[in-house]
Design a protein around this ligand. Structure first.
Ligand SMILES: [Zn+2]
Ligand SMILES: [Zn+2]
Length: 137
C-alpha cells in the first residue's frame, strides 16, 4: 500500500505512513475523524486536513474503499468486491464476501463496482435487544 501511495505521487511523511498502517489492518471501516483521533497522541501537530486529504487520495487511487453511510465517509482497506452489513443500533460495519457479479450494462455509463448494503442488528446488539425483551415480558 505504501509503494502504491508513492506511485500516486504522495510524499511519504511519517504521519501518512502511520495513517496507512492504521487503516491497513482496521476492518472496522473507520471514519476520518476516528483515525485522526487515534493518531493524535502520536502526532499531536498533525491536522485533520492532512488525515482527510491522505484518505481521500488513497480512495481516489482505489487503495481504500470509501463508503458513504449516513453522512459520514468510512474508509475500507478491503478493496476486493464485497458487500456490507450495517448495524442500525451501534453502526458496526461488517464485510460480506461477494462472489464476482454479472455487472449489468448501463447505457452511457461505465459500471465499475456493485455494492450492496444490508441493514440490521449485529450479534452484540441482538443480544442486548433480547435481554431487554426478556426483562420486559
Ligand atoms: Zn450493533
Ligand atoms: Zn468493507
Amino acid at each position: 500500500m505504501l509503494a502504491d501511495l508513492k506511485r500516486a505521487g504522495l510524499k511519504l511523511t511519517p504521519q501518512r505512513i502511520a495513517l496507512v498502517r492504521e487503516i491497513a489492518d482496521d476492518a472496522s471501516h473507520p471514519t476520518a475523524q476516528g483515525l485522526y483521533e487515534r493518531l493524535q497522541p502520536q502526532f499531536p501537530t498533525m491536522s485533520f486536513a492532512t488525515v482527510y486529504n491522505t484518505l481521500d487520495a488513497l480512495a481516489r487511487c482505489g487503495l481504500t474503499g470509501a463508503l458513504h453511510l449516513g453522512g459520514a465517509v468510512r474508509f475500507d482497506p478491503n478493496t476486493e468486491p464485497h458487500h456490507h452489513a450495517i448495524c442500525d443500533a451501534c453502526g458496526t460495519v461488517v464485510d460480506i464476501p461477494a462472489p464476482p457479479a454479472a455487472i449489468p450494462v448501463v447505457e452511457g455509463f461505465v459500471v465499475r463496482a456493485e455494492e450492496r448494503t444490508y441493514r440490521g442488528l449485529c450479534g452484540r446488539c441482538t443480544e442486548v435487544t433480547q435481554e431487554g425483551e426478556t426483562r420486559h415480558g
